[in-house]
Design a protein around this ligand. Structure first.
Ligand code: DI6
Ligand code: FE
Length: 401
């Protein structure tokens, strides 16, 4: 691969030491960043034979990283959303065949091809909005076969589009209907069969669980995490979304990558996260769609030094959001993040939430040359618009997407 140079742009490196370089340049060699700095300081030795792209003042950020999505699922829950708006209760919707279990039924019934076809438009929407890395969870299969099917689909999406995919096994998303009276047997199934099979097939980069009164208890979550760690897989957790179940502290006991949602997280939980370096992933799309009132404790996170990421939580039930930029906007308007915090949350901090901090998320030497090149000149403008976005081109590993 020839050396490539992008020059004459506003380079938001997200590297604390370098900051934003006005009239800057990025040099890539072999798909990795070889140099970042002022255009005027470009080393002449690097320029010989290089392919040069003039940025004409455009803003360049690291390619965005959506570190929490449920992008792969069968069916659609728009009818249910209509019922919720009309005042129907969650129970009534579940009785009418809706809720998460309806996504499980539709996902089980779908072929790999059908799931790929359904997910591609959502993935394309993320990419058009600047995403170069996306995490995709299973969790709508809930059998060995169907969980592996979802993870295979997620991996395949990464071969069909110019995007880096990280997969997360979320077999502990909800207790499937056939195990309603035998939940211990389902937890055992996850530990004894689903986790080892996903690990053996190399289909899971991490393991997640939904620790909540309506999903899995802290003890069940601990059992799943113990098994995941024994297989060498890192963990992350849907924690303290609807109630304080102690999830924030729990994930720290397993050296987790992230605790996600956290609307009801306690001060003690946040302190544990700060000490353990666990990233808080804020998911304002779900807060907004569920019309929640309790916001995540952003002020306490800042005070305690908890690192904050932002993600779309793209899912059919609680966050039908296929734009990370929109999630960044909501994180600012609803949770009070600054646009700079939102951008860090969708780049450098999101990389950490996936364990990819040595791979991507910043513009600095040695990392992959993953870029988002925007038709605007300042980070605020990325987050500002609803319903449109500044035109964007992405580059993955030095190659135009
Ligand atoms: N938290 C949520 O809000 C969603 N999953 C999760 O772990 C709900 C997903 C769905 O309703 O399909
Ligand atoms: Fe989620």
């Amino acid at each position: 691969m020839a050396t490539r140079i992008w020059r004459g742009g506003r380079i938001a490196t997200l590297d604390a030491g370098t900051g934003v370089v006005d009239d800057g340049a990025v040099v890539a060699d072999g798909g990795r960043i070889a140099w970042v700095g002022a255009t005027a300081d470009l080393p002449p030795g690097l320029m010989a034979g290089a392919e040069i792209t003039e940025l004409e003042g455009r803003l360049v950020t690291p390619g965005l990283i959506d570190c929490h999505t449920h992008l792969v699922f069968g069916g659609d829950r728009s009818r249910e959303w209509g019922m919720r708006l009309a005042g129907e209760s969650y129970e009534a919707i579940a009785r009418a065949g809706g809720g998460i279990v309806s996504s499980v039924a539709a996902t089980r019934a779908a072929s790999e091809e059908a799931l790929v076809a359904a997910a591609l438009p959502r993935l394309d929407s993320l990419i058009a909005d600047g995403v170069t890395t996306v995490e995709i969870k299973s969790g709508y299969g809930l059998t060995l076969e169907d969980e592996l099917k979802m993870l295979k689909v997620a991996r395949r999406l990464g071969t069909l589009r110019p995007v880096r995919v990280r997969t997360t096994l979320l077999a502990a998303h909800t207790v499937p209907p056939e195990h309603r009276e035998t939940r211990a047997a389902y937890v055992a199934e996850i530990i004894d069969r689903i986790l080892p099979a996903a690990a053996e097939a190399g289909l899971a980069d991490a393991v997640d669980a939904f620790c909540e009164t309506i999903a899995f208890t802290p003890d069940e979550t601990r059992a799943v995490f113990t098994a995941a760690r024994a297989l060498g897989l890192p963990v992350k957790l849907h924690a303290d979304q609807l109630t304080d179940g102690g999830g924030a502290a729990l994930v720290c006991d397993f050296e987790g990558l992230s605790a996600d949602h956290l609307e009801h997280a306690s001060e003690a939980g946040l302190s544990a996260m700060a000490a353990a370096g666990v990233v808080a992933v804020l998911l304002p799309g779900a807060y907004y769609v569920l019309r929640e009132h309790q916001k995540p404790p952003v002020e306490a996170m800042r005070r305690l030094g908890v690192t904050m990421a932002v993600a779309s939580d793209c899912n059919p039930g609680t966050s039908p959001v296929a734009s990370l930029r929109l999630a960044m906007h909501l994180a600012c308007t609803l949770f009070g993040l600054t646009p700079d915090e939102a951008l860090a949350g969708a780049t450098v901090h999101a990389a950490r939430a996936l364990g990819l901090q040595d791979v991507t998320g910043q513009l600095k030497s040695g990392l992959a040359c993953d870029l988002a090149i925007w038709d605007c000149d300042r980070p605020e403008a990325l987050v500002y618009w609803l319903g449109r976005h500044p035109a964007c081109r992405t580059v993955l590993g030095g190659v135009d997407a």
